[in-house]
Design a protein around this ligand. Structure first.
Ligand code: HSE
Length: 430
């Protein structure tokens, strides 16, 4: 049987999972791909570290990952190091230039260099596969590129960061603090090396840049994405939202506007508790795609984790072995265009507003008057008295523009009854 010889760079969580699947399922993968996928080389920093896997002595070990790119025995480089630049970029670029196929789980790399790298792959007639870079093991990219090839896509909406979803869910369900749950996510191997990438929405934005480029035929554009993380979400807001009939989730959203431009944004959202994506909990991720022929399509599954993300890496290897991996962006790079984006200040939608105010007469009326002066009406209101002579006044507005909301909130924040900075969370309609 034909062989496909691979070199794995990076033996962290995903590298270890990939190695396990390839060595434990050799025969199944051979039947599915028509080739025996064999690991012939690996690279990781510390050879002596116990990773819970046995690396046979005939496998070549490289301290310098970039050397995998010039190993004549390696046909596919699997890059699982991470980072937009540095070693990961040097390795992937050199591998493609040396006419080796590349599989990567590196969302930061693909969000930043995915277009240029695809050009090199195209020129050299080799594959560049990155299914594992978005939503862990969920085959959302394949689903969009292949399964939805007949459709025009108008909106992508995803729970793209497993760590954030894990934190938000556990904070509410177990009444636990943000820091406490973050530590658990780190121990389980979900969090990025620098967890601020998770909780500040950067990781989700990398993934959104990739999936949006694929869905809309544009060059990935990370810089244009509005990014807001989950660090300001409190247990109180999670509970007040629930009382009003919503869940809070960090979503990555790319949608066409009426003017034919694109909105790309990552931020916490209130989602009606009736809507499936708002009920995706824990480390699960999800991608909802609105299409013209098929209608809405919903993918869900593990968004992070060792075997889960490795599942997507190995699926890419099977595609390469079966000789069916081409056009990573679904279209030729010459056909990919620069996106035309709109700024978040033009966003229109409903908003959750929470004002913590001194408990005295006339506060609710003052708040609603200021909102009304900017044309903002509201459909739900909740008032919660605190034990410290303050009250939380929570409103869900009707559709309104972001700039009007921010203008009103700024005015209210300066009133003498305001006890804390107001909270603003967008409500996403489905
Ligand atoms: N830190 C990422 C997450 C890992 O939590 O989703 C998977 O990309």
């Amino acid at each position: 049987m034909k062989k496909l010889k691979i070199g794995i760079a990076g033996l962290g969580t995903v590298g270890r999972g990939t190695f396990k699947i390839l060595t434990q399922k050799t025969s199944l993968l051979a039947k599915r791909s028509g080739a025996e996928i064999e690991v012939v080389a690996v690279s990781a920093r510390d050879k002596s570290r116990d990773r819970g896997i046995q690396i046979p002595s005939q496998i070549t070990w490289y301290e310098d990952a970039v050397k995998l790119a010039s190993d004549a025995n390696v046909e596919v480089v699997v890059e699982l190091i991470g980072g937009a630049d540095g070693v990961a970029y040097n390795l992937v670029k050199a591998a493609l230039e040396n006419k080796k196929h590349v599989v990567t789980a590196n969302k930061a790399l693909i969000a930043k260099h995915g277009f240029d790298l695809a050009k090199i792959a195209e020129k050299n007639n080799v594959a560049l596969c990155f299914e594992a870079s978005v939503a862990g093991g969920i085959p959302a990219l394949k689903g969009i590129r292949e399964g939805l090839a007949a459709n025009k896509i108008s909106k992508i909406c995803g729970i793209l960061n497993g760590t954030c979803n894990f934190i938000i869910t556990k904070m509410k369900n177990e009444n636990r603090s943000f820091d406490d749950v973050l530590k658990e996510a780190q121990a389980l191997g979900y969090a990025e090396a620098d967890p601020s990438f998770d909780v500040d929405g950067i990781d989700a934005a990398h993934k959104l840049a990739v999936i949006s480029a694929l869905a809309f035929g544009i060059k990935p554009n990370f810089a244009s994405i509005y990014k807001e993380g989950i660090t300001k979400i409190t247990i109180d807001d999670l509970k007040f939202a629930e009382e009003l009939g919503y869940n809070i989730r960090l979503l990555g959203i790319a949608n066409e506007t009426a003017e034919g431009k694109l909105e790309q944004r990552v931020h916490p959202c209130l989602i009606s508790s009736e809507v499936p994506i708002g009920n995706v909990s824990g480390v699960l991720g999800a991608v909802l795609v609105n299409t013209d022929a098929l209608g809405p399509v919903f993918f869900t599954g593990a968004g992070a984790g060792e075997m889960q993300t490795a599942s997507a890496v190995v699926a890419d290897l099977v595609d390469i072995a079966a000789n069916r991996a081409r056009n990573p962006w679904g279209i030729a790079t010459d056909d990919m265009v620069e996106g035309q984006f709109v700024d978040i200040s033009h966003h229109v939608g409903e908003y959750y507003l929470r004002f913590k105010a001194k408990d005295k007469d006339g506060v609710l009326s003052s708040i609603t008057t200021i909102l009304a002066q900017n044309g903002i009406g509201f459909e739900k209101v909740l008032q919660k008295l605190g034990s410290d002579k303050t009250a939380n006044i929570i409103l869900i507005t009707h559709d309104v523009s972001e700039s009007k909301v921010m203008e009103s909130v700024d005015k209210i924040s300066k009133m003498d009854y305001t006890a804390e900075a107001p909270v603003v969370i967008r409500v996403e309609a489905f």
